[in-house]
Design a protein around this ligand. Structure first.
Ligand code: CP
Length: 318
């Protein structure tokens, strides 16, 4: 693995390897000594052109746990605000001997652009590009599902083929949904349902191997995992169809709707949540919710990805 731009095209063996490596890191993080020397002497630069709480901080923490030197470019205060291009920004930071860039950008394809122009030995990790992909979110979601839905004694890749997963909400704007669908499909999940109003379903989504439901009750019938998505108001230019109130009425996960799910069904959300829109606050922090576990797993997953790409065992990169 040279870069991580998307889960699309990765092998199931590689994804399982990342999840298994993350399990080891997660065990380490639960103990008193949380640090490894894997990336000692390496430099990781976080370049976030869009806001982030979870992804940016867990990438930073993961890199620090691996002993890398970490820089966070303050994009608003950087020379990009004076018109410096992405290419020139990349080349300038490469000149400081950066080994890895973690990039979030509003444009789909921005991480691919960086990967295309990165110097040999420099790795690019996509931390979310437009509506396209959010691969480490997809991986941490797979990690969470496997951890909570595997049966005792089951092989580490076997749970996905027997699970039904509903992805509910603003699929149209969601890079999380795309990465989740790719990851679930690669690991053998047969029943992936997209549940959303017609206005929030992208054209051609069925070609990704999912079924589409516009009725929430039917879409959630018998599912093992409910993955809620945030209504991405910032990408809707003020036009909400349906309105936030209508969306909550027809698709919001309330306590009453939660009670109708299978008792062992789990609730996930990548965050940040719109309280009272796609999920009630009580449900978000209730016993069936794994939202905060997803955040914690993000550290182990990002450690795994960075160490597999840049770790000492991966050979000399410079
Ligand atoms: N899930 C996610 O990408 O959250 P942030 O935008 O806070 O990073």
């Amino acid at each position: 693995l040279r870069h991580l731009l998307s889960l699309d095209g990765l092998s199931s063996d590689l994804i399982i390897d990342i999840l298994d490596t993350a399990e080891q890191h997660d065990k380490l993080l639960a103990g008193p000594e949380k640090k490894l020397g894997t990336l000692s002497g390496r430099t990781v630069i976080n370049l976030f052109f869009e806001p982030s709480t979870r992804t940016r901080t867990t990438f930073e923490l993961a890199a620090k746990r691996l002993s890398a030197d970490v820089l966070n470019l303050q994009v608003a205060a950087s020379s990009t605000s004076k018109g410096e291009t992405l290419f020139d920004t990349l080349k300038t930071l490469e000149a400081m001997q950066a080994d890895m860039f973690v990039i979030r950008h509003e444009s789909s394809g921005a991480a691919h652009f960086f990967a295309e122009h990165a110097a040999p030995g420099v790795a690019i990790l996509n931390a979310g590009d437009g509506r396209h992909a959010h691969p480490t979110q997809g991986l941490l979601d797979l990690f969470t599902i496997r951890r909570y839905k595997s049966l005792p004694g089951e092989a580490t890749r076997d749970c996905f083929s027997r699970l039904s997963v509903a992805i509910v909400g603003d699929v149209l704007h969601s890079r999380v949904a795309r990465s989740g669908i790719h990851g679930l499909r690669i690991l053998g999940c047969q029943d992936i349902r997209v549940v959303a109003p017609p206005t929030l379903v992208p054209v051609g989504i069925k070609e990704m191997g999912v079924s589409v439901h516009h009725d929430l009750e039917a879409g959630l019938d018998g599912v093992d995992v409910v993955m809620l998505l945030r209504l991405q108001k910032e990408r809707m230019l003020g036009a909400f169809l349906p309105s936030l109130g209508e969306f909550h009425r027809d698709y919001g996960l309330t306590r009453a709707r939660l009670a109708k799910l299978k008792p062992e069904a789990i609730v996930m959300h990548p965050g940040p949540i719109n309280r009272g829109v796609e999920i009630e606050g009580d449900v978000a922090y209730g016993p069936r919710s794994l939202i905060l576990q997803q955040v914690s797993h993000g550290i182990a997953i990002r450690m795994a990805v960075m160490s597999l790409i840049l770790g000492r065992d991966n050979g000399e990169r410079r």
